[in-house]
Design a protein around this ligand. Structure first.
Ligand SMILES: [Zn+2]
Length: 252
């Protein structure tokens, strides 16, 4: 049967000298393995897949198992993401956040929408660490984690302007009135702005985010906060995170 679907290539492996087997995350959220004959040849019709991350229209034959790729037409080349090393590194992090949670034979069209939305935000020059944090917040439940930034664990106030800490014993925010020696024992101070952003990103529908216009500093603080949540609740570590860290240490 012939299929034509939007998708993003998420993996590739050499099959022979000239061919590769690629895996495409399709718009309906499934993973499709495709034999791409002649992938490595100089005049390959799949040359557009060799570099960078792109959204494309994939035409392929498939009955069961591995299909055969016939044609690729790029829909979104994500030129800015693919052309800037720093932004691309955040893009790889986003890719890892989404693809690591994929399971065989599971369709998650929201993963695809999140991937395309996040890359669109990077392309539109939204703050890259902030966009990555947005992706990480949306993916957190799929790694078994959660973040509670809506009400103080102790007094239940929902007045966001009062939140000052995130407690790992209460698994929630704590407000300035309730922060004492006892409640902050397993808590970290987190800026009010960062907690507000985390709450906003948790609740906003994926398709409603048009831009992430925050300062570079807040973007990084927000991402560090979410990474702390991942460390505490998920035990999953992303390779791209180390790369971002070394980039930051180098002052980029
Ligand atoms: Zn309180």
């Amino acid at each position: 049967m012939i299929y034509q679907q939007k998708g993003v290539m998420i993996r590739q492996a050499s099959y022979s000298e000239s061919s590769r087997i690629i895996t495409v995350l399709t718009e309906d959220g499934s993973q499709v393995p495709l034999m791409s004959r002649g992938f490595n040849k100089p005049k390959s019709p799949f040359i557009v897949l060799r570099q960078g991350i792109k959204e494309a229209l994939f035409t392929y034959n498939r009955f069961k198992g591995i299909g055969t790729l016939n044609e690729v037409d790029v829909i979104q080349p994500f030129k800015k993401v693919n052309g800037d090393f720093t932004v691309y590194t955040y893009g790889s992090y986003i890719m890892e956040l989404i693809t690591r949670a994929l399971e065989e034979d599971m369709k998650q069209d929201s993963f695809y929408r999140l991937l395309i939305r996040s890359f669109g935000l990077l392309e539109a020059e939204s703050e890259p660490a902030g966009v990555t944090a947005f992706t990480a917040i949306k993916m957190l439940p799929y790694y078994g984690g959660q973040i509670n930034v809506d009400e103080c664990a102790v007094c239940k106030t929902r007045d966001r302007s009062l939140f000052t800490h995130y407690s790992f014993s209460h698994h929630s925010v704590i407000c300035s009135r309730c922060a004492d020696e006892e409640t902050v024992r397993r808590a970290v101070p987190v800026s009010n702005r960062v907690l507000y952003l985390a709450g906003y990103m948790k609740h906003v529908p994926i398709d409603n985010v048009e831009s992430v216009n925050i300062s570079k500093e807040n973007g990084r603080l927000l991402l560090s906060f979410i990474e702390m949540i991942y460390d505490e609740y998920t035990g999953v570590y992303f390779k791209s995170r180390r790369l971002i860290k070394s980039m930051e240490d180098a002052g980029q």
